[in-house]
Design a protein around this ligand. Structure first.
Ligand code: MG
Ligand code: MG
Length: 269
């Protein structure tokens, strides 16, 4: 069952999303060769609690951490470790927070030191597919419109679109209906109505779309061990068009790159 949100609830969800956005921005200045992801995890937990919010992942489904850190061929759900990040790695940091009883959930894939051009391109393009998918969120549209768009662009560029893991509805639970695959057919799937809030999160592999799971019971890796990128935003449908509740501004300002997230709209009178 899809829980549509009121404009007041969507504004509260924006606050939850922004806790995560600021946390990713804080981490952006810490991610460099030699830093281990367990240290980043501890920093993220402290930073979230300082914002009078709760870590959203910690303890959920027995998750032992505040952030999930997926390095190189790891697609998603990598658990933080003491292994130092190395020059040339990429690391997707996925983070959740609870504020006002609502979840924020979003992710950014960071470069560690000097990263190969082809891997940077995978990351840049995956971020662009996220926005292309979001642009398909329209009143009366279907969930399949989002996935079809992401899949078309990713496969045109020769990449693999992960099938086993998907985006999702977001609200008082981290995973609400509907599921939001990053593949699919236009015009198919659940209807998009004003008040729906989705976590849209393309997971795009440099090679095959196939994945497997490590025996830690968490980490998903690409089957051919080629790199994988992951970007995630929280998006509400308001007045028939998408309103992105999270923002990459904090991250992109630290990285010194152009801001990608559209300006927020004032949705309450
Ligand atoms: Mg996430
Ligand atoms: Mg998610």
């Amino acid at each position: 069952m899809i829980h549509l949100k009121t404009l007041e609830e969507i504004e509260l969800m924006r606050e939850a999303a922004l806790v995560v956005s600021k946390t990713l921005g804080m981490l952006a200045s810490e991610i460099k060769p030699g830093v281990d992801t367990l240290k980043l995890d501890a920093m993220a937990e402290e930073f979230i609690r300082e914002q009078e919010a709760l870590p959203g992942f910690l303890g959920l489904y027995d998750c032992p951490n505040t952030i999930l850190t997926s390095v190189n061929e790891q697609v998603v759900h990598g658990l933080p470790t003491k292994r130092p990040l190395q020059d040339g790695d990429i690391v997707s940091v996925d983070c959740g927070a609870i504020k006002h009883g609502f979840y924020g959930d979003h992710a950014y894939t960071f470069y560690v030191g000097e990263v190969k051009e082809e891997i940077k391109l995978l990351c840049e393009r995956t971020k662009s597919y996220l926005y292309k998918g979001i642009a398909q969120m329209k009143e009366g549209g279907r969930v399949g419109d989002i996935g079809a768009e992401i899949q078309w662009h990713a496969e045109k560029d020769g990449y693999g679109v992960v099938r086993e893991l998907v985006g999702h509805g977001l609200g008082r639970s981290l995973h609400e209906d509907p599921q939001v695959p990053n593949y699919g057919k236009k015009g198919r799937g659940a209807k998009l109505n004003n008040g729906i809030v989705l976590a849209i999160e393309p997971m795009i592999n440099m090679g095959t779309h196939r994945v497997s799971q490590l025996n830690d019971g968490w980490t998903i890796i690409s089957a051919d061990r080629k790199p994988s990128a992951h970007f995630e935003h929280d998006v509400a449908l308001v007045d028939g068009t998408p309103e992105i509740l999270s923002t990459f501004d904090y991250v992109e300002d630290v990285l010194g790159i152009e801001r990608s997230t559209p300006r927020p709209r004032k949705i309450l009178a």
